[in-house]
Design a binder for this molecule. Structure first.
Ligand code: ASP
Ligand code: MG
Length: 481
């Protein structure tokens, strides 16, 4: 069984929804069983819904009505374009209107109350999936593909942490199996609303922004499925951001661990939380382009594929490097503990840490927006030491970026760091600080914001990633021909 999720752009218009139907039909024919389909809202819709609710609660009585009109138009256009007959189109328009009436009523009451609770926001922000799933079912039926709508609120059970609820696997497994398996066995494709869920008492929740991927992996684990396919608008996981490195390539395979490192360091790929439900179960994920379903995409699995050694290069910008320096720190236990406790109390998240072995300085990196609070907290904590000159400086360097080089094959392999540093030296880029996690899956370097793009390109070039992946592996076939 395959669980396939279609992201916002893959359901972004009537034409795209019709294309979704062709993909589902091809997979169903090839595998002799329909996939379980999970859909996102049409691209941009969730943002509009959230904006409408927030402005309504803030006293703006107009924006939500404009959003309503815009959503009505957008969905009606999609109904006109998704290739269904006049009769089902009429029914569908009535359903869309009903849901949007409900949306307006909700916003109106937020406007009257002047209040938006996280619980209320989940009800409103989840409407986009309820709309897109209805269109998807109609389009599938229009292509003679048996399909049925399944509201995720009936099958995915979560905690009541609104805006970022956590799945309760036992309850979800029972409900999902009871509702979804009979449909699949009868040859009917279940179409499940992504992103939304409900508490055990049936109160609607959401899984957090971008949560439709999470819906897919939760279902895959519970049913269980053999694979998860994420249909998106790029060819898969890439070696670098193609806007920075035009010759960036799609990776045929990558491990869960590698993808987690890439996402931690800023690449917009599968979030570690998203893949958590399926990692232990060993259920692989394919990332595929719904505009080019014949392309192989990227297979994300437990397996570490050897080549290329470096899988990806990524960057996070607008960071600050904070340095605590002083001779009085040497051999004094507890200084690092106090540094990081103070920073934690300030609310700043630390992205990278280095300490020189002379123990005379500790450096770490936070987002620039958090830097001031972190430095203030350190100054308060080390007031006495600063007075005695045991610590002589708490420095802050803005305009820093982290460049991360990721690949499990780097582990225990000499020469990788040398190649990275060589590439940067040749490009005359100054490295401010370096860290390597003990997993050896990634090497992180701090450079100035102005050098980031050049650094990513230089490293990509040095490892010849474009050349290494220029010709697709003949063993790696597209999922659809
Ligand atoms: N529609 C939701 C969002 O935009 C969930 C998703 O697209 O995955 O956050
Ligand atoms: Mg989305």
């Amino acid at each position: 069984m395959i669980v396939m999720k279609f992201g916002g752009t893959s359901v972004g218009s009537g034409q795209r929804i019709a294309q979704l139907g062709r993909i589902v039909a091809a997979v169903a024919a090839e595998r002799n069983a329909p996939p379980v389909v999970v859909v996102s809202a049409m691209s941009g819709v969730t943002d509009s819904l959230v904006r409408a609710a927030q402005t309504a609660a803030a006293g703006d009585g107009r924006t939500y009505t404009l959003v309503r009109d815009e959503l009505q138009q957008r969905h009606e256009q999609a109904i006109a374009d998704c290739g269904i007959g006049p009769e089902p189109a009429r029914g569908l328009r009535a359903e869309v209107t009903g849901l949007l009436d409900w949306f307006e009523t909700l916003c109106q009451s937020m406007h009257t109350l002047g209040e938006l609770t996280p619980r209320g926001l989940d009800v409103v922000s989840g409407l986009g999936e309820r709309l897109s799933a209805r269109l998807t079912v109609a389009a599938l039926l229009g292509q003679d593909i048996p399909a049925q709508m399944v509201e995720a609120t009936e099958i995915i059970v979560t905690t009541d942490r609104f805006g970022g609820a956590q799945p309760l696997f036992e309850e979800t497994t029972a409900r999902a199996r009871a509702r979804v398996l009979p449909l699949v066995e009868a040859g009917i494709a279940p179409v499940v609303t992504g992103f939304i869920a409900a508490t055990i008492d049936g109160v609607p929740t959401t899984l957090g922004r971008g949560g439709s991927d999470y819906s897919a992996t939760i279902l895959a684990r519970c049913l269980p499925a053999d694979e998860v396919w994420i249909w998106t608008d790029v060819d898969g996981v890439m070696t670098a951001d193609p806007r920075i490195v035009p010759e960036a390539r799609t990776l045929p395979g990558i491990s869960f661990g590698e993808v987690a490192e890439l996402s931690y360091f800023g690449a917009k790929v599968l979030h570690p939380q998203t893949i958590a439900p399926i990692v232990d179960a060993g259920i692989p994920v394919r990332v595929l382009n719904s505009l080019h379903p014949e392309r192989p995409g990227t297979l994300v699995s437990q397996r570490v594929v050897g080549a290329p050694v470096v899988k990806g290069i990524t960057a996070i910008r607008d960071l600050s490097l904070i340095t605590v320096e002083g001779r009085g720190m040497q051999g004094v236990p507890g200084v690092a503990g106090r540094v990081f406790s103070a920073v934690a109390r300030s609310g700043a998240n630390i992205l990278m840490i280095t300490q020189s072995s002379s123990e005379q300085s500790i450096c770490f990196v936070v987002r620039t927006v958090d830097a001031r609070a972190a430095v203030d907290a350190l100054q308060a904590e080390f007031d006495r030491e600063l007075g005695r000159q045991d610590i002589h400086r708490i420095g802050r360097d803005d305009e820093a970026s982290i460049v991360a080089v990721v690949g499990a094959g780097m582990r225990g392999r000499p020469g990788i760091a040398a190649a990275v540093f060589g590439a940067l030296a040749e490009a005359e880029i100054n490295i401010i600080s370096i860290a390597q996690g003990s997993s050896e899956y990634n090497l992180s370097l701090v450079v100035t914001n102005g050098d980031v793009d050049l650094a990513v390109r230089a490293i990509h070039h040095r490892f010849q990633l474009a050349e290494a992946l220029a010709t697709p592996d003949p063993e790696q076939e597209g999922v659809l021909r």
